[in-house]
Design a protein around this ligand. Sequence first.
Ligand SMILES: [Fe+2]
Ligand SMILES: [Fe+2]
Length: 279
Amino acid sequence: MSSNGNSYLTRTAVHVAGFVADPRLREALESSFSRAAASVEKVQQCFELLPAQRWSEEVFSTFLHSWKATHLKMLAIYGLSCRIQRLALADDGEAREQLWIAAARNAETSYEDLGLDYGGVTHAALYDDMARSFVPNDAWLMEANGLPAALEFKRWVYERMIVDEIPIGLLTNMFSEIYNHAEYSLALSAFTRLVDAHYDFTEAERERALCYIGAHVGGETEMKHFLVVVDALHRYNLASGLSIDYERAETLFTEYLERLGAVMDEMRLRMVSERQGAL
Ligand SMILES: [Fe+2]
Ligand SMILES: [Fe+2]
């Protein structure tokens, strides 16, 4: 899937970065993908291996628990909006309006996850449906089945959004949305190939297995989330008299990719060893 030296993940993310009006933010986003190219390639390789065979419940449980830990972050989004709202409540000046909007914009990234316009069907429920299509018992839910690097990644994201300075929290949420847009596009193709080659699902079962990932790609959900967080950060900076620290942003984005690369590489190695044992 690589062409012109850039992976599918990078090309997809760079395409979305093109919608950002601020050229320096765009550059920080793009540069992080080239700086972390080796990590991005590791993620890519993991998804390329996924359709190769039907995996054991043990390997798939590890994949499902670990992958979830790198994604669903509704609690952190809520916490970050609370932090900004708290500042708005304490401000009786002109900044208040921008802070409200910044908090509301950030919260927009959780509408779909909460099932706001989908009859209350949450993304956690869709993930559960997907996971049970491949591992029909509770094994994938057990934290013991999560790769340590994945659990650490989840903690790292939560701390960036809840403990670190608010602009870092917004940059983290922003980056996770652009990255997720690219990764879910890749994952949809990998999971579709896996299902079609190795599972004998009915049409309804196939739909249930792929719905979670499809929900993030169709309608460009994550791409829109990315752009609303760009606006949230702009509003927050207006309210606070700050401007983006582009160097810090690029370092943060690069670290995000490096940490994810480590998770998915560890996952790929588990898959490789099962594959070698099975051949
Ligand atoms: Fe989601
Ligand atoms: Fe999102």
